[in-house]
Design a protein around this ligand. Structure first.
Ligand code: ZN
Length: 261
């Protein structure tokens, strides 16, 4: 059984029931050996830090502020985020980014919060995980004007091949979500078929972005995504790329270690 590495989830999310040890045991028996757990706001940084110190062999922490929570960032958060990174040498910055799908907070409100995290990651040479949804115009303006960190991940990348090629030019990697196995996401799956394998990682985004029912090896109520669904997501992508699942597992784990190791 190959090892699988999850580039992005939210294992600490209370919707998963609070039994992190049980979830990690299920992940391990499915072959998932590594995961980056992303905070989404300052209030959950300590939960992510606790998870990483309880399971240092499996969990890498990421601390950041998600664009949906940009409006509630409290004064001084930038300094506190820098201090969290200093205290956790293996931590990355995330999840952060721009989201034009959610009406509020506005992109104008999200932008300074994103820029501060981008600059902090670049200055501290930490990997950065970026969420970009329906905000490609604003995001590409940032690409024009800012220095990006050497390592950054476009999580659940749903942009065009043209945007992907532009970002590969500045060192981006892209994570594939099980949600993209839905037939209505065929255009996104097609983009991944054209990306170089060295730039592809896999993610669950658990408890969100579940794959279609047929691909859920660990079904949960309310269509929530279990983090042990990752190998099935990998099998789905391997089929689409026309390569063996073992080859995909090996390549995506090597990419995970280059990004977050
Ligand atoms: Zn996420």
């Amino acid at each position: 059984m190959p090892d699988w590495c999850d580039a992005h989830n939210h294992l600490h999310d209370p919707r998963l029931g609070g039994d992190a040890a049980g979830l990690i045991a299920a992940m391990k028996s499915a072959g998932v050996t590594r995961v980056v757990v992303n905070a989404t706001r300052e209030d959950d940084w300590s939960a992510v830090a606790r998870l990483a110190s309880a399971h240092p062999d499996v969990v890498r922490p990421a601390f950041g502020i998600h664009p949906w929570h940009a409006g509630s960032a409290r004064p001084g958060w930038e300094q506190r985020l820098a201090a969290m990174l200093e205290a956790h040498p293996h931590a990355s910055v995330g999840e952060c980014g721009l989201d034009g799908w959610i009406g509020s907070p506005s992109i104008e409100m999200q932008l300074p919060v994103f820029l501060a995290q981008l600059r902090l990651a670049a200055e501290s040479r930490r990997p950065l995980t970026i969420h970009c949804l329906k905000a490609w115009g604003s995001f590409l303006s940032v690409v024009e004007s800012e220095r990006f960190p050497e390592r950054f991940l476009m999580h659940a990348f749903g942009g065009s091949l043209e945007v992907a090629r532009r970002l590969i030019g500045i060192g981006a990697s892209f994570s594939f979500s099980g949600h993209f196995l839905h037939p209505r996401k065929a255009a996104t799956l097609e983009v991944f078929r054209h990306l170089p394998i060295h730039a592809i990682l896999l993610e669950t985004d658990a408890p969100d972005m579940a794959p279609p029912c047929d691909w859920r090896t660990h079904p949960l109520p309310d269509s929530m995504n279990h983090p042990a669904n990752l190998p099935a997501i990998g099998r789905g992508l391997a089929m689409a790329l026309g390569i063996g699942e073992e080859a995909l597992a090996t390549a995506t784990c090597a990419n995970w270690h280059r990004m977050f190791g």
